[in-house]
Design a protein around this ligand. Structure first.
Ligand SMILES: NC(=O)c1ccc[n+]([C@@H]2O[C@H](COP(=O)([O-])OP(=O)(O)OC[C@H]3O[C@@H](n4cnc5c(N)ncnc54)[C@H](O)[C@@H]3O)[C@@H](O)[C@H]2O)c1
Length: 349
């Protein structure tokens, strides 16, 4: 299968999207990371004047290769959003900000809660302070997470109880809450999408801690055994990153999304075991085995999660388009072709 196009199918044919973004200065914070880079590429395709700010910290998903072929078509700034002077200067140019900064590892958040606090909360306060002072007319789209809900039962809509079970979930909810406080107090326009497991090209592959899906792909392509903790019966509703990018773009252009939170989700929840076997089948290498749950991970395992995305469907006209098999195929082929830029012993041992 050929790679999916940079502009998601859901928005590619929409004149209103092209009209909104054409020649528009747009800031993508965390734009060299997984979701941010896929978003930046789509924005370039839509004709926006894209600026990417990314700290390129080796702990996170920022990777120069993610933007290597569009770097001449956007402005790339390597910098930390917590540098208040630079951030205050930078944000003056934008009324359109996609805030994709974050730390995604649940395990790391438990082992180093203060770093998680900095990356998932303090960063956002710096951005919001800059916008409050210099661009209170700005709209920000924020990437929240299903982790804000904690353990759930049945279909989860946006009214579900917020009860995170790990430090990451607490900090992600605090980060989102800051955005809405600044919206209410200072008039910034804010939308948060609570993302579920997102997979696809340009995710970091350095560690198992930052995304189980990506790690399974790496193991399969390396011909290794994928170890499923606790049997792999847990249900997930995975979104291909192209569907997530579509939702982010739709949220930005929709005035009805201002001040709102939206869950994303998939048409068909699927078990981790099924995800692993689909990856192994598509890769043609690797295998799957079931092992008992390590005790230190059991306490932060959320169990099943199935998001109700009917609000996003109704308000944003969004729905997931990419089924698991073609999505996995796109992902596996991307890493098969570009593995050296994501994991080699020389670069990322
Ligand atoms: N990937 C998922 O499955 C998933 C699920 C739910 C929510 N999210 C959220 O989506 C957002 C993006 O996640 P991702 O998977 O693309 O992660 P990622 O690590 O690939 O991207 C985050 C980027 O933020 C940058 N960054 C971190 N601290 C910074 C700072 N101080 N200044 C400037 N840049 C900084 C990193 O260098 C990195 O490139 C995060 O907020 C994450 O919590 C992701």
């Amino acid at each position: 299968m050929t790679a999916l196009p940079a502009i998601p199918e859901l928005v590619a044919g929409r004149d209103d999207m092209r009209a909104f973004f054409a020649d528009r200065p747009v800031l993508v914070t965390g734009g060299a990371g997984f979701i941010g880079s896929n978003l930046a590429r789509a924005l370039v395709g839509l004709g926006a004047k894209v600026t990417v700010l990314d700290s390129m910290s080796p702990s996170y998903g920022g990777n120069a290769f993610n933007l290597h072929d569009v770097v001449g078509e956007l402005r790339f700034i390597e910098g930390d959003i917590c540098d208040a002077r630079e951030t205050n200067q930078l944000v003056r140019d934008f009324d359109c900000v996609f805030n994709m900064i974050g730390q995604v590892s649940h395990v790391d958040s438990m082992e180093d809660p203060l770093t998680d606090l900095r990356t998932n909360v303090v960063t956002h306060v710096h951005l919001l302070e800059g916008l409050r002072k210099h661009r209170p007319d700005a709209k920000i789209v924020f990437a929240g997470t299903r982790g804000q809900y904690g353990r759930t039962e049945g279909l989860v809509d946006e009214s579900a109880r917020i009860a995170p079970i790990d430090v990451n979930g607490v900090n992600k909810h605090a980060g989102e809450s800051y955005h809405f406080v600044y919206a209410r107090a200072y008039g910034l326009r804010v939308t948060s999408l609570r993302l579920t497991n997102t997979y696809g090209p340009r995710h970091t592959m350095r560690t198992a801690r930052q995304g189980v899906f990506a790690w399974f792909v790496r193991q399969a392509l390396d011909g290794q055994e994928i170890r499923l903790f606790g049997g792999g019966d847990q249900l997930r509703d995975c979104n291909h990153v192209s569907d997530v990018v579509a939702a982010l773009l739709l949220a930005m252009v929709s005035p009805a999304a201002d001040g709102e939170v939206f869950n994303l989700g998939s048409k068909q929840p699927i078990s981790l075991a099924e995800i692993a076997s689909t990856i192994v089948t598509q890769a043609g290498t690797g295998s799957v085995t079931k092992v008992p749950y390590p005790p230190h991970l059991k306490s932060i395992e959320i169990g099943d999660y199935v998001g109700d995305y009917t609000k996003a469907q109704r308000v944003l006209d969004w729905q997931p388009r990419i089924e698991l098999a073609p999505g996995v195929s796109d992902t596996v082929e991307f890493y098969r072709a570009h593995r050296d830029h994501y994991w080699t012993r020389e670069i990322y041992p």
